[in-house]
Each structure stands twice: as structure tokens, then as C-alpha cells.
Design a protein around this ligand. Structure first.
Ligand code: SUG
Length: 442
């Protein structure tokens, strides 16, 4: 018996809107606005609690050290921590925003994960994402690798690969562009690797306006080193230009079900991929037409960034969609979902709406906030126990956030060295709560 565990990124105390992600419409629209770190973290914890109350096993990833002063030192700044913050704020404020970003909350971008049923050596494989398209995210890889190696330390079961090398043709954004299709969690499945750009016979296939963050070469490298069978499918370049910077903004899959917008892929490419998938296992597609939900509504509501979950007993006949509140507030999407759950010919039977508005305003919906790891019972038993949540741990986390996180934050607050001290205190308290006193090396 195997289950899927969602590991959510705990939203860190520096959650802010710095407009750092070209091609991410929400991030651009909220740039320089006031953020609410305490509310943000409590919303994230609320989502975790909601899943647990529905009967799902829930994991957690700790926030990364922010501000990451080691990065500033590597860029030639020196002096005391406090003086460095002040100098950088004056001389290179864009670097301050970069080392302060709480972007590791979007755990779907932490790594690509392949369950043991699919891999050649029978281990669960992780490849840390290099996130090389944006500087504030590229600095995540090192700490992500360290954290994953701590949580999944048992090398009888787990293999954590470092991030792939960088370079324009090797962008890798982790599970946001990867889904696993299978008949049951414990049986051999197939990886669906979606990429935004590829170099093929001298031609570059890529969007015109916004960067394509995932490259075919990276997806192939991940599949190769995990030892898995995969199908590779290009994202429609037009949808990246419309604001779908990751495939999980316009498509989501789980078990045998692929739920996607009709414009997510070029039709002929999708048909070829479906043929390849169907040759191995029967796939059920739920395609949402432009006439039902426009691309614009899909992107602003984040319909496809819902978490598509098996039933709590891991069957795929009664699936559950954990959708952001914005889906209920967008008339076309709400009408679509109301109709969908009535349709007994398809598997999605329940929709639960969650409030993750603070993250949504930076382009991160329910599915962005979690990294899915399918594990057998033995593998789950080998996971560092502190990172699998129970109600008591959730309550302690909430207390910690209440005590240490600021209610509100403006981009200019990042220049205040006192804020840095507060953030480090918050992180230290979090690590103590997990019994990992030396986890953060400031
Ligand atoms: O990489 N936003 C993130 C959102 C990631 C969403 N993840 C998935 N779709 N899986 C990004 O663009 C904005 C930060 C800022 O502007 O302050 C940001 O990084």
C-alpha cells in the first residue's frame, strides 16, 4: 500500500511582494504592496489542517534562511550583518529583495519526485530544482538539498540528487511541471514531463514574451537520473505568454486523471502524448474549454492550481479538489466546478475551497505550496518523524507564528536591520520546535 503525502512549505516571516517574477502576473500586479506575513503563514497552516481533517497525511518543509546574507557576501559585500543590510539597501536594493524572498514556500518548485514503484533502483528519487530563471529562486537549491536530505535521510529508501547544472537550456522548476500518472499509487506509473522550451534540430521552441522556465533537456536529465519512464510534452508557448509560467497553472494530474485547460497544450502534441500514455495505462482527461472558463479566468482564479487528491483511502474513483477561494469568487469557474462534481462520468466529486490569498497574490496557489511524495508504508516510516504533522505540532507552529511574525510588511522594511534580527529569531524558534537546534546556520 502506498499513499501520497503533501509536504507544504511553511510560509516564512519575510513574505513580501517585490515583483520579482517576470511572467507571473500576480507577482507583477502586487509588486511593492503591503504584505501580511503572519496572516500568510496562518493561511498556509490552515490549509494543512484542512487536509488533515479530511483524512490526509500532511508533511511540512521549513522556511529557508532569509535574508540569506551568505549570498550577499559571495557578491562582494562585507562588514557586520547589520551594516551590510544598510549598504545593500542603498547600493543594490534589488539584491536585498532577492535575499529576502520567502519564495521557498512554493514547495512544488523544490524538486521533482519519482516514487519507488517507477524507478530503476526501487528508491524514491528527488532532483532539487535549479530554478535558474529567477535569481531570488536560484538561491534556494542549496538549502533545499540540505533540508530534503535531512527529511529523507534513509538511503535504503531515498536518493536526493543535487540541482542540475545551470545554463540557458537547463532551467528546471521541479514538480510544477511534472505529474505522475498511475493506476494505483503502489503500481508502476509514468512521469508526464511538461517543458516550456526546447532546442530541436536547430529550432528553438519557446514563448515570445515571457521566459519558459522549464527546458526539455532538464526534464530529460531528471527522468534519466531517476531511472523512470516518461512522456515529454511541450506547454503551449502562447499560454506561457498569457501568464502560465508553470504548467501547474493550467493543468494538474493525479492517478489516471489529467485535468487541464484546452489551451494548456497544442492539441496535436497532447494527442501524441495521450497515445503514449494510454499505451501504458488508461488515462482519463478532463478538458476545460475556453467557452467554459477562459484562459484569463483560469489564470486569475488558479483553478488548475488546485490540489487534485485521491480519496483519503487512496482510490481514484472519488477525487477531491482543494481549490483557492478565488475559484468560488470567479463566476465562470464556480459554475464549472458546480457542474463538474455532479457529473458522475468523471472522478472529481468534492471541492473544498481554501484561503491562501497572501500566497496567491504572489502567484502561488494551493498546489504551488506543496511537494507531493508518494511513499509505501516502509518509506513513510523512514521519513524524519518531525516533518509529518499532527494537531499538536500544528498548534505549536501557530503559536510560534503568532509570537514571532510581523502582522504587516512593506518592501522598505527590508532595509531595517532590526527586521533581520526578528526573522532570525523566528527561524530559530521554529527549528527548536522541530528539535533541530542547529538547523539554521546564519
Ligand atoms: O516562482 N512567485 C513564485 C510563485 C511560484 C508558484 N509555483 C508554482 N506554480 N508551482 C514564482 O514566480 C514572486 C516573488 C515576488 O515577486 O516577491 C514569486 O517568486
Amino acid at each position: 500500500m502506498a499513499i501520497e503525502v503533501n509536504f507544504d512549505g511553511l510560509i516564512g516571516p519575510t513574505h513580501n511582494y517585490s515583483g520579482l517574477s517576470l511572467g507571473n502576473v500576480a507577482s507583477a500586479n502586487h509588486a511593492q504592496q503591503i504584505s501580511y506575513p503572519k496572516a500568510a503563514a496562518l493561511q498556509g497552516i490552515g490549509k494543512m489542517r484542512r487536509l488533515m481533517s479530511l483524512g490526509y497525511t500532511q508533511g511540512i518543509l521549513l522556511p529557508q534562511i532569509r535574508p540569506d546574507l551568505k549570498v550577499l557576501r559571495k557578491m562582494g559585500f562585507s562588514g557586520t550583518d547589520e551594516s551590510m543590510i544598510q549598504v545593500v539597501a542603498k547600493q543594490a536594493p534589488e539584491l536585498l529583495a532577492m535575499v529576502y524572498s520567502a519564495s521557498s514556500m512554493w514547495a512544488a518548485n523544490a524538486a521533482t519526485v519519482s516514487p519507488s514503484a517507477d524507478t530503476l533502483d526501487g528508491k524514491v528519487h528527488f532532483t532539487v530544482a535549479n530554478l535558474m530563471t529567477t535569481a531570488h529562486r536560484a538561491i534556494e537549491a542549496e538549502q533545499t538539498a540540505r533540508l530534503l536530505r535531512m527529511i529523507f535521510s534513509d538511503d535504503r529508501h531515498f536518493k536526493v540528487h543535487d540541482a542540475l547544472i545551470g545554463g540557458p537550456n537547463f532551467g528546471d522548476e521541479g514538480a510544477a511541471n511534472h505529474s505522475r500518472l498511475c493506476e494505483s499509487y503502489g503500481s508502476e506509473g509514468l512521469g508526464l514531463f511538461v517543458y516550456g522550451q526546447a532546442k530541436m534540430q536547430g529550432n528553438i521552441l519557446a514563448p515570445q514574451k515571457f521566459p519558459a522556465r522549464q527546458s526539455l533537456s532538464a526534464s530529460m536529465a531528471v527522468a534519466r537520473q531517476h531511472g523512470v519512464n516518461g512522456v515529454f510534452l511541450q506547454q503551449n508557448p502562447k499560454i506561457i505568454d498569457a501568464g502560465a509560467f508553470h504548467n501547474d497553472v493550467v493543468a494538474v494530474a493525479n492517478g489516471p486523471v489529467l485535468f487541464h485547460h484546452e489551451a494548456a497544450f497544442i492539441k496535436s502534441d497532447l494527442n501524441t502524448a495521450l497515445e503514449q500514455l494510454n499505451a501504458r495505462l488508461p488515462i482519463q482527461t478532463i478538458e476545460v474549454l475556453e467557452s467554459e472558463v477562459s484562459v484569463q479566468d483560469a489564470i486569475s482564479s488558479y483553478l488548475f492550481n488546485s490540489q487534485l487528491l485521491a480519496s483519503p483511502s487512496s482510490t481514484f474513483d472519488e477525487m477531491h479538489l482543494i481549490a483557492p477561494h478565488e475559484c468560488r469568487e470567479t463566476p465562470s469557474v464556480h459554475a464549472y466546478l458546480e457542474k463538474l462534481v455532479q457529473d458522475k462520468h468523471q472522478a472529481i466529486r468534492h471541492v473544498t475551497y481554501v484561503d491562501v490569498r497572501q500566497s496567491m497574490s504572489n502567484g502561488g496557489g494551493p498546489a504551488c505550496l506543496r511537494l507531493r511524495v508518494v511513499m509505501t508504508e516502509d518509506e513513510l516510516a523512514a521519513v524524519h518523524t518531525g516533518f509529518i504533522l499532527d494537531e499538536e505540532r500544528l498548534r505549536l507552529l501557530e503559536n510560534c507564528v503568532e509570537e514571532h511574525y510581523r502582522d504587516s510588511l512593506l518592501p522598505e522594511d527590508l532595509a531595517d536591520p532590526q527586521f533581520m534580527t526578528e526573522c532570525y529569531q523566528a527561524l530559530e524558534s521554529l527549528s527548536e520546535l522541530f528539535g533541530l537546534n542547529d538547523f539554521y546556520q546564519f
